[in-house]
Design a protein around this ligand. Structure first.
Ligand code: LIP
Length: 291
């Protein structure tokens, strides 16, 4: 664990530096570009912050590898090898950023031998630095984090996202999932608009579970470790072992809550992050299997 502490501390430093660029741009007029759908946005700030983070890391750790949201969007191959790899979302919650909805986060995970060694989620507007090292616990602004430990789904507050898909079948799948969970009943559903912040709310105990279909590895790699180090559980939406490349996740306060959500929630097939979209005839987007 101690081997990567210096790397994590460097990641925290550059996340704080990058947040200054984000907060300056937060209130300014933005040029917005579209990616996979009318709700999948990117701005010049996303691209600039990612380039800044990667260049500072590469200067200090020239042999390390990178998986960055905007680098992949620009055509870089997404491949997680055994090499030390930084998995970066420069602005998680870009739609929030464009609309000045005050929840935007920098998410930085670091993996070696395909195992996450540390995760950093910096919720910039809130000034909340969430971090965890494998085996070292989870913290927000250096205060220890613990999940709620809730085991009763009927006493749970659940967080999710509608995501960027706008085709009818994806939306029907997502809204049916919400309806079926509410009918259990659960006590509430929330969506913050950034997967990373959604998920760390489970680590704080403020939410009892989070689930999502269609997000990417850079959205959740860091927050998944923060949840498990806070005593939580992270699974695939079918209840199997978590796989950051599958684009399907459940994070929960306890295994009973996680498994109950896995019984109710249905996923629509998504191209894996590490699958070549060109080989898949839907152009790499999520497609619904229907209900
Ligand atoms: C976003 C996620 C959010 C999801 C959006 C988008 P981005 O990531 O954090 O939970 O609903 O569709 O994927 O694109 O802002 O980095």
């Amino acid at each position: 664990m101690a081997e990567w502490t210096e790397c994590m501390n460097f990641g925290i430093t550059i996340a704080r530096q990058a947040s200054k660029v984000i907060l300056e741009a937060f209130r300014a007029k933005k040029d917005v570009m579209l990616k996979s759908s009318p709700a999948d946005l990117v701005t010049e700030t996303d691209q600039r912050v990612e380039k800044m983070l990667i260049s500072r890391i590469r200067e200090r750790y020239p042999t390390h590898k990178f998986i960055g949201e905007e680098s992949v969007a620009a055509g870089e191959k997404l491949e997680l090898t055994d090499s030390p790899t930084w998995i970066i979302d420069p602005i998680d919650g870009t739609v929030n950023f464009v609309h000045r909805f005050p929840f935007v986060a920098i998410s930085i995970a670091f993996a070696v031998n395909k195992q996450t060694e540390f995760g950093i989620v910096y919720s910039c507007v809130e000034d909340k630095m969430y971090r965890a090292q494998r085996g070292g616990g989870a913290f927000v602004n250096d205060v220890p984090l613990h999940t709620s430990g809730q085991e009763d789904i009927t006493k749970s507050l659940v967080v999710t996202e509608i995501g960027a898909e706008r085709d009818c079948l994806a939306l029907c799948t997502m809204t049916t999932n919400i309806m079926n969970l509410l009918a259990i009943p659960i006590q509430g559903i929330r969506a913050v608009g950034t997967a990373a912040v959604d998920m760390v709310l489970v680590a704080t105990g403020g939410a009892d579970a989070y689930y999502h279909i269609g997000m990417h590895c850079w959205d959740i790699a860091a927050s998944a470790l923060i949840v498990t180090e806070a005593g939580g559980v992270v699974l695939d939406t079918d209840g199997s072992e978590f796989d950051m490349m599958s684009r399907k996740v459940i994070a929960a306060s306890s295994m009973p809550v996680a498994k109950r959500i896995a019984q109710v929630v249905r996923a629509f097939p998504c191209t894996r992050d590490d699958e070549d979209p060109a080989r898949v005839n839907n152009g790499g987007h999520c497609i619904s299997s229907g209900l």
